[in-house]
Write a protein that binds this ligand. Structure first.
Ligand SMILES: *Cc1c(COP(=O)(O)O)cnc(C)c1O
Length: 398
């Protein structure tokens, strides 16, 4: 398939639509064909041998590469300003392939304080069974990060905004600390999407996405992406992707390509709606606290403006009546769906302590800032008046 990588001078929305694909060379099809095939026929034994030897480009077997999946990888690489990207069966397949691809027994991973629940689970597994240790660090400033490093630190692993407390980590600072010491900096960019934040542009090495969230955007695919330098991506492709095998199916790649085409308009609307919902909640007498980077009172508001192109679609909040009031309110919602996941066009609401972060021991959760009463809201792209109306009626029961 002909790959068309529009120049870096194009804007993000143009890239999201056009990068990685011009037209189908066989038919001229505008939409990316779904190459629903497990394997590819060689015209001769010699051709097959050359492809296996890497002497000739071309497809071999879909676990090693598929044209539809390749278009998605090219698109995300262009959006993240990365040399290359790899698609995976889930966000966690991407996280595990990257971490296992980069670490060796005896290494150490320094993580932001507050992690996606299953990433935390994977780190515990690495510690208990494979001799790779980790610790969590607030990463408030450079000194705190430097003091938390160990001589055997291989990776600094960051989520920002941190899920679900929305605290930010300064990506330029992290990139500098990593670069000066030859430590890989890996950023889970799921909450922002490449439309709102590009860690590689800020100096970090690798980016990971749960493409299930904003990249897909429609709540119908589970998928993951990693992006970074060609050399590292090739290494991961030929080891932990190929041999652990968590690859993305062509049909799912197609759905993500389709989702990406509207990334810009969706993200603009997510940000606009989340801002209005955050302001509504802030002003509500039953609400104790709202955590959203777009609120001027947010402690890291200035950092948010410096490293993000928008404040995102997710926020969290606590009610004055605590957990019980939160449960009463959540059970009365009709438009906002009680569901985990985020980044869908539909508004989703969940309770981290009993759902996404129940795997994290209670004491560790408290250290991460996840109180039992905290509620996370992924604001969708519905008419914001309807969302606020639904929250308002449910809050009368809180
Ligand atoms: C959802 C999520 C993941 C895991 O992705 P899956 O696609 O569910 O495997 C990882 N990191 C963050 C921040 C997420 O929100």
């Amino acid at each position: 398939m002909r790959v068309n990588q529009p120049g870096a001078e194009y804007g993000r929305s143009t890239q999201a639509i056009h990068a990685g694909y011009d037209r189908d060379p066989a038919t001229g099809a505008l939409a990316v064909p779904i190459y629903q095939t497990s394997t590819f026929v060689f015209s001769s034994v010699a051709e097959g041998a050359k492809r296996f030897a890497g002497e000739e480009s071309g497809y071999i077997y879909s676990r090693l590469g598929n044209p539809t999946v390749h278009v998605l990888e090219q698109k995300v690489a262009a959006l993240e300003k990365a040399e290359a990207a790899l698609a995976f069966a889930s966000g966690m397949a991407a996280v595990s392939a990257v971490l296992l691809g980069l670490v060796r027994t005896g290494d150490y991973i320094l993580c932001s304080k507050g992690l996606y629940g299953c990433t935390y689970g994977l780190l515990r597994l690495l510690r208990e069974r494979f001799g790779v240790d980790y610790s969590l660090c607030h990463m408030k400033d450079e000194q705190e990060v430097i003091h938390s490093l160990q001589p055997n630190t291989r990776i600094i692993y960051v989520e920002t905004p941190v899920n679900p407390t929305m605290e930010l980590v300064d990506l330029r600072m992290i990139a500098k600390v990593g670069k000066e010491r030859g430590i890989y900096t890996v950023v889970d960019n799921t909450f922002m999407s490449p439309y709102l934040q590009r860690p590689i542009e800020l100096g970090c090495d690798l980016v990971i996405h749960s493409a299930t969230k904003y990249i897909g955007g429609h709540g119908d695919v589970v998928a993951g992406i990693a992006a970074g330098p060609q050399k590292l991506m090739d290494e991961i492709r030929m080891t932990t992707q190929k041999d652990m095998g968590g690859i993305l199916a062509p049909m799912d790649a197609y759905l993500l390509i389709r989702g990406l085409k509207t990334l810009g308009v969706r993200m603009d609307r997510h940000c606009e709606n989340a801002q209005k919902v955050a302001e509504f909640l802030c002003a509500h007498p039953k609400v104790a606290q709202v955590f959203y980077p777009g609120l001027p009172g947010f402690p890291q508001y200035e950092l948010a403006k410096k490293q993000m192109d928008g404040f995102g679609g997710c926020l969290s909040f606590e009610l004055k009546g605590g957990l019980d009031a939160g449960i009463r309110m959540m059970n009365r919602l009709s438009l906002c769906k009680r569901a985990v996941s985020l980044g869908d066009v539909d508004t989703l609401i969940q309770h981290p302590a009993s759902m996404t972060h129940s795997i994290v021991p209670a004491e560790e959760r408290r250290k991460m800032g996840i109180t039992d009463g905290l509620i996370r809201l992924s604001v969708g792209i519905e008419d914001v008046e309807d969302l606020i109306g639904d929250l308002e009626q449910a809050l009368t029961f809180a």
